[in-house]
Structures are given as C-alpha cells and as structure tokens.
Design a protein around this ligand. Structure first.
Ligand SMILES: C[S@@+](CC[C@H](N)C(=O)[O-])C[C@H]1O[C@@H](n2cnc3c(N)ncnc32)[C@H](O)[C@@H]1O
Length: 447
C-alpha cells in the first residue's frame, strides 16, 4: 500500500473518533466519514507500519444509516464528525463504545444502558470558540480542517445555538469593517485569534470575547461599541493571549463594555458564569445528567456531600436541597468565586466552596473530622489521578457518583476504584454532544 493509491475497502467498524475502519493486506485503514457496512473506493493519504488513513473517492455500497449532510465543511473540519449517521445510530454508537472499552478492560459484567438522547440534536451548544484567520486576503471565521490549521470559512456552525452563529457573523463583519487584522499564526502577528461567545439559554444574554494577541489595538473602542449594540449582547471582553500556542485562551480577561458574567439556569437554579469558568455546553440536557447522578446517589437529609472538581458549583448546588451539607473544591479561583455567589443567589446556605486541588482538600477535611457520605466527581477528560483516587477512598464515602466526558479514562478509573471495593452494576451514557463522537456518562459506585 502506498500514498495516493486508490483501494476498494469494506468498512467493518467505526473508530472512537467516528472514522470508518477497514482492513487491507493486514493493515488497518481509517477512512474519513465512512460507515460500517459500506463498500468504498478510497485514496490513501498516509501510511504507517500497521495502519493507514484514507478518504472516500466513491461510495459503491451506501449504508442505510447514512444521511446527507447539508454542508461539506462540517465533515471536512470534524466540527460534526457524526452528522452523516442517523441520530438513533449515533446513540447506539456511543453505547457500543462504552461496551467495547469495558470488554477490553475485562469489566464486561457492568451493564451499559441505552444512551439518553439529547432534547436538541442541533443548535444545542451554548458556547462557541471559533478561529479568526485571513483566507485569500479576507478576515474569516470558521473551523480548522481536520488535523491541520487551515481555516475552512463558515457561517453556520450547526451544533451551536443559531443566535450565537448570527452574532459570530455580525462580529466578523464589524472586524472587517474596521480592518482589524486577523491573527497570522506563522508570523505570530495580527490581532484577533479567536471569537468566543457564551449565551444564556434562560434569558438570551450573550458574552462576546475577542481573544487577541495584544492587550489593546487601535480600533478596539469602535469595534467594542458596535458589538455592544448587537441584539442581546450583555458584555464585551478582550482575552489577552500573547503566547505562541494552540491553547485558545490566555490567563487575563479585560472587560471593555457591560457585564463580565452572564446568568443561566439549570433546573430551577440560577448560575452566574465568568468568562473562564466551565459550564456544561448543552443547557437542556445538563439537568437530566445531574438528576441521574443525584437519584442514584441515595441522598438523605443527613448526607454530607463533596462536590470535587466543582466548577461554578452546579452539581453541589443542585444537590444542596436534598442534603445536610455540601463541600466543594475547584482549582480555578474565578469559578470558586462564581460558586459562592451562586449559592447566595439561590438562597443556599449549606454549601461551602474552596479554591484548591480536590486531592489535597479532601484529606484535609477528613482530618478535621468531616464524615462524607457521597463524593460527586466530574473531572476533565484525563479522568481521575491516582492521588485523587487515594484521597477519595481514604475519605470513606458510601458512594462515589462519577460524571465523565471521556469513557476511556472512566473505564480505567472504574478498574482502579474496584480494587478498593467501589463497584457498579451499570453505566448510563448521556448524549451531551449530538453529531459528534463525544460520549458523556454517569456511574454511581457503592462500597
Ligand atoms: C468537567 S469540569 C466540571 C465542572 C462542574 N462540576 C460542572 O459540571 O459544571 C471539571 C472541573 O475540574 C476542575 N479541576 C481540574 N483539576 C482539578 C483538581 N485537581 N481539583 C479540583 N478541580 C479540578 C476544572 O477547572 C473544571 O472546572
């Protein structure tokens, strides 16, 4: 097999990144946007020792589960890498992914429930972060072509709230009008690197963040004023990111106009959200995700609960009314400030939040005599660290409620927690990210 060769392939599986999997002369071939059951002609793009990458040139036998995607750009960029698959099959794919990982880890006794569908299948994202670059001499917004930094210009981001899309395009036009230079990655010059918009599903408020190479640029006052006049914009901020990096946001935010926070709701609770605070992006599915964890946690009015990795306090505050006390811990100071303000905003007096690492704070609380019944964990994609697991187990909770956005690290951690006697019978996948291969899941472990 060599680069640029055209081969006929039978697709037998979907990889966790939603690429079609085929086998050819002992080599595993990953084919962009191909579906199981399909026979395709494909051009080989890259060959390694044991695997290769290819793209479809012709579909010979089409899967009955394939649907036509409106814009080719969504597939080219990986913005919506599962959009070509019928929604019920997307849900099945997510369930199967967890089943496959459990099998590999010899944990097949754990049952995986059918994936809970999302109330909205498109336009569900309450946040967009889109790169700004020059394409053919024009400032454009869009998404990077898969595995590259070539910008594919776009106006319809499909999974993002349509009100956010309209505002992104309006801000792009303002930047063009005032001839603000887009960021030039190669020479590390220009001004605007990314646009970020966060929108409250509850009241429509939008926060617009210009991620810039410098703290200021000459057109900024005019640009900010025009953005502030767009419908429902409640704040305009500049995020300062001077580094040569792929990380989107810099450390510092400067408020140019309006409010530095928006307020959204989860269930009947209100939450103030700061620019850098984590907030689940699928607003309508989030309360259902939390409810699943809360229901299985077996809470009583006497329970003491830890909200580890607490963000702006969404889980702990949703739990607070069912229990005696909540202790939360989070590394981002602004998020902790938000959680304290959110407790007040909702009249909750039994939840306390601190800034720090969960693995450091939990043993400290235990040594101060805190007896914990349930630990809620909702870690980043890398999952739990061995230090966290040790600290959590030493805290001796009856249950650990684990919300995960990465089934690979979830399954790894389930194996580790089982060694300490924390076990589960089932996993509930929850679709927080329709049209993408991302899988969220809830598990409650009992000792
Ligand atoms: C997936 S978010 C969950 C936030 C929140 N529970 C929610 O549902 O909105 C993970 C959070 O963990 C925080 N974090 C990462 N490592 C941490 C650690 N070692 N200790 C405490 N918090 C941590 C991140 O800053 C982030 O806010």
């Amino acid at each position: 097999m060599e680069k640029n060769q055209i081969v006929q392939l039978e697709i037998t599986d979907l990889s966790y990144e939603a690429m079609g999997v085929a086998h050819y002369e002992g080599i595993t071939v990953f084919v962009n946007n191909a579906l199981p059951g399909e026979v395709v002609k494909a051009k080989i793009l890259k060959v390694k020792k044991k695997f290769a990458f290819a793209k479809i040139t012709e579909i010979i036998t089409e899967s009955p589960d394939r649907i036509k995607v409106k814009l080719n750009q969504w597939m080219q960029t990986g913005l919506a890498g599962l959009a070509h698959l019928k929604y019920d099959k997307q849900l099945e794919f997510k369930q199967q992914q967890v089943i496959g990982l459990l099998k590999k880890a010899h944990l097949e006794e754990i049952k995986v429930l059918p994936t809970l569908p999302s109330p909205e299948q498109t336009g569900y994202r309450n946040k967009a972060q889109v790169p700004v670059r020059n394409v053919n001499g024009k400032l454009e917004i869009g998404f990077f072509r898969r595995h590259s930094h070539d910008l594919v210009p776009m106006e319809d981001f499909f999974t993002t709230d349509p009100a956010i899309d309209r505002t992104l395009v309006a801000v792009r036009d303002i930047l063009r009008k005032y001839r603000v230079p887009a960021y030039d990655e190669v020479n590390h010059q220009g001004e605007v690197r990314y646009l970020e918009i966060r929108r409250s599903k509850a009241n429509g408020q939008m926060m617009v963040i210009l991620v810039c190479l410098h703290k200021d640029f000459k057109q900024l006052p005019k640009v900010a004023e025009e953005i502030s006049q767009l419908a429902n914009v409640s704040g305009v901020l500049l995020n300062y990111n001077p580094k040569k990096t792929n990380v989107i946001l810099g450390k510092d935010d400067y408020l140019i106009w309006g409010d530095a926070q928006i307020t959204d709701k989860i269930g009947d609770l209100e939450f103030k959200i700061s620019p850098q605070s984590f907030f689940q992006i699928n607003s309508l599915q989030t309360p259902r995700l939390y409810d699943l964890a809360i229901k299985q946690a077996g809470l009583t009015k006497d329970s003491v609960v830890i909200d580890a990795y607490s963000g702006i306090g969404t889980i702990g505050l949703s739990v607070a009314k069912h229990v005696k006390a909540v202790r939360g811990v989070e590394v981002v100071r602004d998020a902790v400030k938000d959680s304290e303000a959110n407790a007040k905003l909702n009249g909750i007096h039994n939840a306390k939040y601190v800034t720090g690492k969960a693995e450091v704070m939990m043993p400290r609380w235990a040594s101060e005599g805190l007896k914990t019944d349930v630990i809620f964990v909702d870690p980043p994609r890398k999952g739990l660290t061995p230090e966290f697991i040790k600290a959590a187990v030493a805290t001796k909770p009856r249950k650990i409620a684990y919300i995960s956005c990465n089934p690979a690290t979830l399954v790894r951690d389930l194996g580790l927690l089982a060694e300490y006697g924390y076990k589960t019978n089932e996993i509930q996948p929850v679709d927080m990210f329709p049209q993408t291969p991302h899988v969220e899941a809830v598990v409650v472990l009992t000792k």
